[in-house]
Write a protein of this length. Sequence first.
Length: 223
Amino acid sequence: MKKHILEVDGIQISYNGKLLLSDVYLKCETNEIIGLLGRNGSGKSTLLKIIFGLVSSPNKCIRIDGISKNNKNMFSEIGYLHQDQFIPNHFSVKKVISLSIDKKAMKDFCEDKMIQSIFEKSIKCLSSGELRYLEIKIVLFNSSKFVLLDEPYNGLAPLMIDVVNEMILSNSDKKGVIITDHNYENVVKISNHLVLIKDGKTHHLKEKKELVEKGYLLNSASL
């Protein structure tokens, strides 16, 4: 399988006159899970939105396999899980799946006890955990080369988090994944590369203990 590479740099963005992101470089390859960490308000979600194209940044440079993707529709190459609900409540689960999943992947997608248990329900009748699980699986099962996951663990019970982590890992063999979540323990656990956003810059960490050294965590017992 061909390896794909996503590179992001040149991003600068300010809010209310304050520079939020100023020195950002990210490189994500197929079969890599990058954990994006940082304090609240550090710009993690904003960075994902800029990569996907929901927020503009005039000097950004986004490349996939060395080809510039600035000002281009990224939907076919990058999947994006918003931290808030993105599926309309008036849809049925069955309809959402039929509209989102390729027919060739439908059987594999639906061979899942959770999906089978909610298949005949409407979106508005799902619990927050069921809805989040459905959203994550839809994003992971699309044909994109890369996936951006913003707060995927939101609303999930601990056992469901384990299932989602397995799903992310199994899909990372053919996709590059960038994940950020307040549940930093699971981000650290699942990632094979950690990037910390601090003072508007990306810090690429070689070891987990650098999260303590750079002031993100108070002590190594948190790892």
